[in-house]
Design a protein around this ligand. Structure first.
Ligand code: BDR
Ligand code: CA
Length: 316
């Protein structure tokens, strides 16, 4: 059996973050070393609480650390219209079994990376605040970061402004630090995540799996789709799970290497990820950008992940 890849999950759960973590925890390829929360979809208190509730649901017993209370420079932006007031509205969830550790997110990430024999992959599915802080404060650890698989940005369009996707818009300064860090990046932006649509009939496949985790995932999808249906989507775009899938099933995706700059100024374009697809800037590529996905294979992956949990909720 091949060695499992050590990973840190960093997110702002959030329904799609939660589903991404269910997927990561189900994969025999990954060894989750820690979970860190970031402010984004909701305040840091709420996303940390939600992270603890998800970890308890899926019996993920690793350290959880809380991120900074705000982005590096900007004021927080939250997304209650998408994820509800709790940041994870919908089904009832267990109370967190474990408290967050004393260290903040960035310190825990550094400790885990330092202690790991193998380079560690980071999977950020919220604003890049914690990852940027890690890169700024511990630059000597860069060689021990195997790869960053992030959900954020969009080469062709935004979702929170015409130019910017939510995670990048919330903390563009952090995103700029990450994209200029030299650490290998795979970007799951809106170009692909809006193709990663899970339709109501797919929810039923997941619900029919029947274990407690599968039932909750189906109810998260019901809630998450409620917002997206109201703005005309035929299904729920499970953005953050694409970042995990990029690590475990890259064969179901198409990708392009390119230079990606993050716009940190501007009246209309702050937070945009500007991808030089034509190579006119003559700069070396700093990101592998996912542009397409086999939607049905992605849904199958989520269904398979749901079947990995047993009746008590833990991984079978
Ligand atoms: C991103 O924004 C958040 O609302 C989701 O969790 C996802 O990470 C999509 O733009
Ligand atoms: Ca997220």
């Amino acid at each position: 059996m091949t060695k499992r890849i050590p990973v840190i999950l960093d997110g702002d759960p959030g329904h799609d973050d939660a589903i991404a973590w269910v997927l990561a925890n189900a994969s025999p390829l990954l060894d989750i070393k820690a979970v860190t929360s970031v402010c984004g979809n909701q305040t840091i208190q709420k996303t940390t609480y939600n992270a603890g509730r998800i970890m308890t649901l899926i019996d993920l017993n690793v350290p959880l650390a809380m991120g900074r209370v705000k982005p590096l420079v900007a004021d927080p932006i939250i997304a209650p219209t998408v994820h509800g007031n709790s940041g994870l509205d919908g089904p009832a969830l267990p109370e967190p079994k474990h408290k967050p550790v004393e260290q903040d997110a960035c310190t825990l990430m550094a400790e885990v990376i330092e202690a790991s024999e193998e380079p560690v992959a980071l999977i950020p599915t919220g604003p890049l605040t914690n990852v940027a802080a890690l890169l700024l404060l511990y630059p000597h650890l860069k060689p021990k970061i195997r790869h960053i698989y992030l959900m954020g940005g969009g080469i062709q369009y935004g979702n929170w402004t015409p130019a910017a996707e939510f995670n990048i818009l919330v903390d563009p300064e952090a995103a700029d630090i990450v994209f200029t860090s030299g650490v290998p990046i795979t970007m799951a932006g809106l170009d692909v995540t809006e193709q990663a649509l899970v339709f109501p009939e797919d929810f039923e496949r997941i619900r029919a799996v029947g274990n407690p985790v599968a039932k909750v995932v189906a109810e998260w999808l019901d809630f998450f789709y409620g917002f997206h249906r109201s703005i005309g989507y035929p299904g729920a775009p499970v953005h953050d799970a694409v970042a995990v899938a990029a690590l475990i099933r890259p064969d179901i995706m198409t990708m392009e290497d390119m230079y990606v700059a993050v716009e940190t100024t501007g009246d209309y374009c702050r937070g945009a990820t500007v991808g030089d697809r034509l190579g006119v800037l003559h700069r070396p590529a700093n990101a592998r950008v996912i542009m397409g996905i086999d939607r049905e294979a992605f849904v199958d992956l989520l269904v398979e992940a749901a079947t990995c949990y047993n009746k008590g909720g833990e991984r079978a």
